[in-house]
Design a protein around this ligand. Structure first.
Ligand SMILES: [Mg+2]
Length: 123
């Protein structure tokens, strides 16, 4: 079970994905934040210093990689898990170079993603 001291930020332009992840991870006991775009996401990273960020690759405006680069400048130790679409291999490689822990291809198995989050936030 997670603790409210542990903060997870969900970044996705799709409302349905944010709501789903919010509900599932809130049940795990974490403090959840969500952002529909890069500007909001980076503000939350600055203000809240989340332990882990679930980051969508394809976001209008600032995309996932660009957001990841900014996160690395603001809070280098933040754990980041990417959420990608099928076939984004080059982008995934680049995200790995930037220190993303792993990625989940949409549509992902919510239980597997929940387990991955729990594994990363084990204290
Ligand atoms: Mg998207």
């Amino acid at each position: 079970m997670g603790s409210k001291d542990q903060k997870v930020l969900i970044v996705d332009d799709q409302y349905g994905i944010r709501v789903l992840l919010h509900e599932v991870l809130d049940k795990e006991g974490y403090s959840i934040f969500q952002a529909p775009n890069g500007v909001t996401a980076l503000q939350i990273v600055k203000d809240e210093k989340p332990d882990l960020v679930l980051l969508d690759m394809k976001i209008p405006g600032m995309d996932g990689l660009e957001i990841l680069r900014h996160i690395r400048n603001i809070e280098p130790d933040t754990k980041v898990i990417m959420m990608t679409a099928y076939g984004e291999l080059d982008l995934i490689k680049e995200a790995t170079v930037l220190g993303a822990i792993t990625h989940f291809t949409k549509p992902f198995d919510i239980d597997e993603l929940r387990e991955a989050v729990n594994q990363q936030l084990v204290s």
